[in-house]
Design a protein around this ligand. Sequence first.
Ligand SMILES: Nc1nc2c(ncn2[C@@H]2O[C@H](COP(=O)(O)OP(=O)(O)OP(=O)(O)O)[C@@H](O)[C@H]2O)c(=O)[nH]1
Ligand SMILES: [Mg+2]
Length: 480
Amino acid sequence: MAGEILRVAVVGHTNTGKTSLLRTLLRDTRFGEVRDAPATTRHVEGAQLLVDGQPLLALYDTPGLEDAPGILDWLEAHPGERHEGARALHRFLDTPEATGRFDQEAKVLRQLQASDVGLYVIDAREPVLPKYRDELTVLALCARPLLPVLNFTASPGARVDDWRAALAELGLHAVIDFDSVVFDAAGERRLFEKLSSVLDAWRVPLARLLAVRERDAQWRREAATRLVADLLLDVAAAVVLVDADDDAARRRDEGVLREAVRAREQRCNEQLIELFAFGGVEYAVEALPLEDGRWHTDLFTPEALGEYGLKAGRGAGVGAAAGLAVDALSAGLTLGVGTLTGAMLGALFGDRHGLGRRWFNRLRGYRELRVDDATLRLLALRQRRLLRALERRGHGAVTPLDASGNGDERWRSASLPRTLLRARARPEWSALNLAGGSDAWRVPAPGREEACTELAARLGELPGDGPGEVAGASAPSGGA
Ligand SMILES: Nc1nc2c(ncn2[C@@H]2O[C@H](COP(=O)(O)OP(=O)(O)OP(=O)(O)O)[C@@H](O)[C@H]2O)c(=O)[nH]1
Ligand SMILES: [Mg+2]
């Protein structure tokens, strides 16, 4: 088997999601052309699926079948010998019709003949019409194992049972449910397991493929939770020291801090989308709870808090802008500041204060301006939601997320992880405190790496892929 490649032809009626299925299996959002219109794919196009750098599978996308009944009519009008089976198809493919009127169909049939197995993609929302039975009859003449794949299974009105019954009548019992837009890893596993059940010789390589995919998914989740942990640490440790008596300066600093945090959240969104390789994919990005990579609701509004059942923090009561808190200097901060270098102090206080060597005395009249706990929770909840959507390739999460259950409750109401609380007293952990958030300024602050790992592990405790998580009602809005 070494060096051999399993050839899989993806076939089916036009506009059933064949190209989408290839994109999903290939993890390649740029493969082919996907459009909600018939005859989008006009030619056979192949791509290899690598496992540890070695090609294991060749997947072939084919044009949609549109006139299988026409081919059966032709065969009836040009009868050959009895039981000629696949030879009938050869006869047909040699005729001028096969390069003329049936050009698209002939490409599909030739590709299936040249492959080891076919995946027959079905739009499960469609009734089982005679034309589909005709397609299966024509495809059977290729004498290749055919696995039906029921697509659009997550759409309302999917007729999964009708299709299963009809396929069983045709002797096709190994049917796969696999919605290519609402991706779930278990569905993909079933697909490859079914493949190996009809292709015994490929059992071992396909098992290896599954193992590699699982490893990759695990790696991606770890990388993703680290990105979110990094965001949360940056925001939790962000602090601006403001002169207690200078209201105008404080207002200005509030604006600067909020803008920096918004931008930081946005950067995390983009990093996550990039990590899951969804940049530029219409349907996947559409299904995310974002618009142009942004959340619909501004981070610093009661509406945003309300979406997750959070209440505004007490900071609002003592005059700070929404989402921020103004506090007396904490002992933690003072200690933390004691460990800072002169350059970092400059970045913390801004040059206007001209702090110089006697900075400590100057601290007395200052207060600290921070992002409040409610906003930290909101950031965590939003990023977890994004992560879930990305892992499921963007479940059409148009319904508000139910914040109860599914592991989010802890981020909503239990006390914040200790690591985050510790970050409050570590201004040097936040890139936002250093030269406006530029990574170039980041110094390897002691303890930050470990904190990031710890927090990422907490964030990685994601709920399963149960359907309940998109079904709930919106939490009561407002709060403060
Ligand atoms: N909701 C949902 N939409 C899907 C799914 N699969 C495909 N689509 C959409 O269906 C439309 C057709 O998808 P394509 O992948 O272009 O279909 P195709 O079978 O390759 O079409 P042709 O090449 O024209 O035969 C696109 O708008 C896809 O985004 C699915 O599982 N669920
Ligand atoms: Mg196509």
